[in-house]
Design a protein. Structure first.
Length: 387
């Protein structure tokens, strides 16, 4: 009997960390996992093809987004942009409009830039060289590995949230799985587990098992095809492995948005590259340092709108308050209504547009901007509205 020992946060059998699981068990693990996947894999649209473009779109959309949310977006996106050439030729506004509601809009802008780079440098064909793929905007080690293995059968490992959790439990890795040393262990284990064939299916099976069975809380161990190989289950440590990294504190943020109207049309401003929701259209919006600017009257609000758009506004009235969260921010957005009163020099780089409430759908907007536009369109312009 080999005596167990603890090394680098793993429970080992006197072997390097990743080998404590994979040594002598790879064949059994692969067979059980792939058989389970064939029977239990969800029927998802991006699994019906090995086309690199469609795999790429799905992987980018699935970053930090639930599968159920992604499916309708994926279908609509591929209808609008059926090829890399179509995506590359599209205006950014159209790409952002179709992405609206998925969040993390930087993904859409990087996807668009990458499509243009592929069209220019790779003749519109998704590259097969791992270095070329990783040089594309928005594609890191995991995304490159997923695309190359699923689309082309390349021997590329993957490591994302679901596989991190699954492999950490299979290795009984007690340390923070996001730390540098743990990441090295997990990436090496993911590489050493790869089969010689069916690599794309194997990587998808790893993600599927982590997503559907080896879940963060109350993992469904009785339904796991590799439960007999899992030391974390044997030790009853499912609730403590993987270790949970400390979460950043939630920051309360107060902002104001001004719906400026003139002769039935609304003022929109395109958010700049340094701002949240860069490239999206929104009502003039800015941070405030106190719960409400109402006590300061028109002056503070008018000054902010003038700095953002080059326009002066008349008296303001409170319209509504919207509360929402973005990453680690908890935002209270006070919304006001005002009439355009004059024009002055717009700041450098400012982009503004006047549109009717019925034309707002033509602009890519944040979720809160869309909600505020809906309130204005439904309740009318210029009349007092209680939030």
């Amino acid at each position: 009997m080999v005596e167990s020992t603890k090394f680098s946060g793993c429970i080992l059998a006197n072997l390097p960390a990743h080998e404590s699981f994979v040594h002598g068990r790879r064949g059994s693990f692969r067979t059980k996992l792939l058989a389970w996947y064939r029977e239990h894999a969800r029927d998802l649209p991006w699994r019906k093809t090995h086309d690199a473009y469609r795999v790429w779109i799905s992987e980018v959309m699935l970053q930090q987004t639930q599968v159920a949310t992604v499916v309708p977006y994926f279908d609509r996106f591929l209808i609008a942009f059926p090829s890399i050439a179509d995506l590359a030729a599209a205006p950014e506004d159209q790409v952002l409009r179709l992405w609206e509601g998925l969040g993390y809009y930087r993904r859409a802008r990087q996807l668009h830039r990458a499509a243009r780079l592929i069209a220019e440098v790779h003749n519109g064909e998704f590259p097969r060289n791992p270095d070329d793929v990783r040089r594309l905007p928005g594609i890191g080690r995991y995304t490159a590995g997923a695309i190359l293995s699923i689309a082309f059968g390349a021997a590329e490992p993957i490591l994302e949230a679901n596989t991190v959790r699954l492999l950490a439990r299979l290795l009984a890795l007690r340390d923070d799985p996001t730390s540098g040393p743990s990441q090295k262990i997990l990436w090496r284990a993911a590489a050493d587990l790869l089969p010689r064939e069916n690599i794309g299916a194997f990587n998808q099976a790893l993600m599927e098992l982590g997503s559907q069975v080896c879940v963060p809380r109350e993992p469904r161990c009785p339904a796991c095809p590799v439960a007999a190989l899992c030391p974390t289950r044997k030790l009853g440590l499912q609730k403590v492995i993987p270790a949970t990294p400390p979460k950043p504190p939630i920051e309360d943020v107060k902002e104001a948005a001004i719906v400026v109207h003139r002769r039935g049309r609304l003022l929109l401003r395109r958010r700049q590259a340094t701002e949240r929701w860069a490239g999206m259209w929104d009502f003039p919006r800015f941070a405030i340092g106190q719960p409400s600017l109402a006590a300061e009257g028109n002056m503070a609000l008018s000054q902010q709108v003038r700095e953002l758009t080059g326009l002066s506004i008349g008296p303001v009235e409170h319209l509504t308050t919207i509360r929402h969260g973005v990453t680690r921010f908890r935002i209270t957005l006070d919304c006001y209504l005002a009439t355009a009163a004059g024009r002055c020099s717009a700041p450098d780089g400012a982009e503004i547009a006047w549109t009717s409430p019925g034309e707002l759908d033509e602009y890519a907007m944040s979720v809160t901007g869309r909600k505020l536009g809906g309130i204005v369109a439904t309740r009318g312009l210029g009349k007092k509205v209680k939030g």
